[in-house]
Design a protein around this ligand. Structure first.
Ligand SMILES: Nc1ncnc2c1ncn2[C@@H]1O[C@H](COP(=O)(O)OP(=O)(O)OP(=O)(O)O)[C@@H](O)[C@H]1O
Ligand SMILES: [Mg+2]
Length: 742
């Protein structure tokens, strides 16, 4: 693409943002005004027109998905070779890469592992046990969230302890200190450390920072309104010398305060950089005027709104925003799905054009049930994600341990999986012993090998521990010379992973889980080109950084189910925002706090402004929440949208579309590639597994009685009466367990 083309696709303000090459630039503008587009075009302009070396450009986005999309756009603009030399990523992924290079300056090792929330929780539970604190009373999540908050503010354990005022703070202070020590001992970093350690590296080692100044001359940051203190300091340090800092954002879309994001970072940009060029964009290219009007009314009603920005568009008025009042939550999900079916049948939309958004992950279940019944292919972003499935995490724990045997959380995770006779008591003894020796668990195991050591274990336990120790040691050295794929195969064979899964689960589920493990092994293929000794580390690094939205793949023509938080920056022709109700949106936790309440408003605003062609909002008069059916009322935010902007629809008795209709649809519209794994038609089961009158158990709904059951394509549809109401469930999905009487 030539430069003229590059600029021809931009309006004058956008052009100015692209061509103001040096010095600090802030683009402050509403949704859909082309901020992200400007950012990518600016990179292309810097390279093509200004002659900047792509290696000198650093672009930061909020999610891995956004980073990948950006890279793809840049490839289209610049060609693959040039795009390859750019540094594009999230703060976390970029920091991880830099720390792999330079963490040694901080006296730490390069082959650290990155702990995710699950690992963090395990580690904190160990801390609680050590400190004799009860985890029922001191909720691990609350403590971790306090620690995370401190880390984002760059407050270390000592400082935290000095400022602790309340009893809770005291507890957190003690946990934080020990938690950090154990992380260190395990040669592990949590997500917050990735940022915090990089900040520390830059502020304590000016010579190192100078190298980065030399390397990165142009900085670009998307979604700047959601940066936290650590990210702010990072950007500031990196931009300190050349000051070629380009940030874009929208304070009205700031929705991550709960993770430490600080709206002041964007509001005070001009204060930090008095010579900044500030550019506003006002034309929206994404949505219809009807959608914009409704969204603007909502956001302008905020008491915190400093200056109302007007967005206009030439996209035309478009259809009115639909507000659907559902009888209950099932009806709400059925409405969205049947509406999608209708749009598809009309030929107006493809599944991939549609997104269903909600406040909480738990809301996706009913939506999924409705989608399954309709045989619509879909993906859930942020549900139980691939890398969070137990069997996948178990195998990963082995691999992480093989890479870094000091990783105590992984060690504890698999020390007795598959079962090898190391009971809970032995594990506890090992923990106590290692703590007393002041060494990581793996090193404690190595002490056992020494005949002369005194140890607290019975002979049988000792042998089992030693076997495990030798297994890890063997693979630890193998990783240097065995290609990753083979290494994984060999490991799976040695631990008898497949047989173990078949022992632990029913055949069908075991097969499913085994398939997931193999899927993980398949992912290893992508690393075959690297030198053998780097393959495992690179593989683990990428997995550790996979963020929530990463599974989102727009090439698949599937309906997207996604939380409002994760929908940031994305756009879809047809958007459904579910649960616009008091208690959900605004969330019940936020209603006592003005700031939190306004953040909820912005969240709804973000959701609404994702829509390109048509927007549906809905709420239910009744909803099953936390195991109870509650009566709900529409969100207070709806009162801020003029009734003339909304088309109200009331319950018309929506039912999920029947299977026979949709089977025809599937055959007509979709090639086999488009089938989601979960919705691919399977052969009919030959016999019903459930009979009327039978007692069954469901993990969420509890006990129930089967009313009727019928075989449908690939599955069995079971109607069950639970304590609160009757539900129609698909056997393969609902995982109903038969109960025997007595
Ligand atoms: N000048 C333009 N001409 C044509 N299309 C444009 C132009 N500017 C932006 N667009 C398109 O408008 C849509 C929204 O742009 P973009 O995603 O960059 O907005 P944004 O400001 O980053 O929004 P958000 O705040 O939601 O992240 C994109 O599809 C983009 O390609
Ligand atoms: Mg954007």
């Amino acid at each position: 693409m030539t430069t003229t083309d590059l600029l021809a696709n931009l309006n004058p303000q956008q052009q100015r943002a692209v061509t103001t090459v040096t010095g600090p630039v802030l683009v402050l503008a509403g949704p859909g005004s082309g901020k992200t587009r400007v950012l990518t075009h600016r990179i292309a302009y810097l390279i093509d027109e200004v002659g900047v070396d792509p290696l000198q450009i650093l672009a930061v986005t909020f999610t891995n998905k956004a980073a990948r999309e950006m890279r793809e756009r840049l490839m289209a603009l610049l060609g693959e070779a040039i795009a390859h030399d750019l540094t594009v990523g999230t703060f976390h992924s970029i920091c991880a890469r830099w720390l792999r290079r330079d963490i040694v300056h901080l006296g730490r090792e390069r082959d650290f592992v990155i702990y995710d929330t699950d690992d963090q929780e395990r580690l904190l539970k160990r801390v609680l046990r050590e400190l004799n604190l009860n985890e029922k009373q001191h909720l691990p999540r609350a403590i971790l969230s306090a620690i995370s908050h401190a880390k984002n503010e760059l407050v270390d354990p000592e400082e935290f302890a000095r400022h602790a005022r309340t009893y809770f703070d005291e507890i957190v202070a003690r946990c934080y200190a020990r938690y950090q020590a154990l992380l260190y001992e395990s040669n592990a970093l949590d997500f917050d450390d990735l940022l915090g350690e990089t900040v520390r590296l830059f502020s304590n080692y000016p010579a190192v920072l100078a190298e980065y100044h030399q390397r990165y001359r142009f900085l670009l940051v998307d979604e700047y309104q959601d940066t936290n203190r650590a990210q702010y300091l990072l950007v500031r340090a990196l931009a300190e010398r050349d000051r070629n800092l380009f940030v874009v954002g929208d304070e009205a879309q700031s929705i991550y305060a709960w993770r430490g994001a600080d709206i002041r970072n964007i509001l005070q940009f001009e204060h930090d950089y008095p010579d900044a060029t500030v550019i506003m964009l006002e034309q929206n290219y994404r949505s219809t005027q009807a959608i914009l009007d409704a969204a603007q009314a909502l956001i302008n009603a905020s008491p915190q709104r400093k200056y109302a920005k007007r967005l206009w568009t030439t996209n035309g008025t478009g259809d009115q925003v639909v507000l659907y009042e559902a009888a209950n939550d099932e009806d709400e999900a059925a409405f969205a799905v049947s509406e999608i079916m209708r749009l598809i049948a009309e030929g107006t939309a493809r599944p991939g054009d549609c997104a269903i958004m909600y406040r909480m992950n738990a809301q996706s279940r009913l939506v999924e049930e409705a989608l399954i019944q309709s045989h619509l292919p879909y993906q859930v972003i942020g549900g139980v994600r691939f890398y969070e499935r137990k069997e996948v995490k178990d195998v990963l724990a082995y691999l992480r341990l093989v890479a870094n045997p000091y990783d105590s959380v992984s060690l504890q995770r698999v020390i007795n999986w598959p079962g090898r006779g190391i009971g809970e008591r032995t594990v506890n003894e090992l923990l106590v012993w290692a703590t007393r020796l002041g060494v990581p668990l793996y090193q404690a195991l190595s002490e056992l090998a020494d005949e002369t050591t005194e140890y607290p274990f019975a002979a049988r336990a000792r042998n089992a521990l030693l076997d495990f120790y030798r297994l890890i040691g063997e693979f630890h050295s193998l990783r240097q010379r065995m290609p990753l794929g083979e290494l994984i195969d060999y490991l799976l064979m040695r631990i008898e992973a497949q047989a173990t899964l078949y022992q632990e689960y029913e055949a069908e589920e075991a097969e499913d889980r085994w398939r997931n493990v193999q899927e993980l092994r398949n992912a290893a293929i992508n690393y075959a080109n690297l030198p053998i000794e780097h393959q495992l580390a690179a593989f683990l690094e990428d997995i550790a950084l996979v963020a929530d939205t990463d599974t989102l793949d727009r090439n698949n023509d599937v309906v997207t189910c996604i939380t409002l938080h994760q929908a940031k920056g994305l756009e879809f022709p047809y958007v459904f925002v579910l649960g616009v109700e008091e208690g959900l949106l605004p969330h019940s936790r936020s209603t006592n706090d003005r700031n939190q309440l306004e953040e909820e408003r912005r969240l709804l605003y973000v959701g609404m402004t994702r829509a390109q062609r048509r927007l549906y909002l809905s709420y239910a008069a009744q909803r099953a929440m936390f195991g109870r059916v509650t009566v709900c009322s529409r969100s207070r935010f709806l009162a801020d949208i003029p009734p003339t902007s909304l088309k109200l629809l009331r319950r018309r008795g929506y039912r999920a579309v029947t299977v026979s209709q949709t089977t025809m649809f599937n055959q007509r519209m979709l090639t086999p590639d488009h089938h989601d794994k979960r919705t691919t038609p399977l052969p009919l089961p030959r016999q019903a597994a459930f009979v009327p009158g039978q007692r069954v158990y469901h993990a969420t709904f509890g006990e129930g009685i089967v009313v009727s059951s019928r075989l449908i394509e690939g599955d069995e549809e079971v109607t069950v009466r639970f304590a609160d109401r009757e539900r129609r469930l698909l056997a393969s999905f609902a995982r109903l367990q038969p109960l025997t009487d007595g």
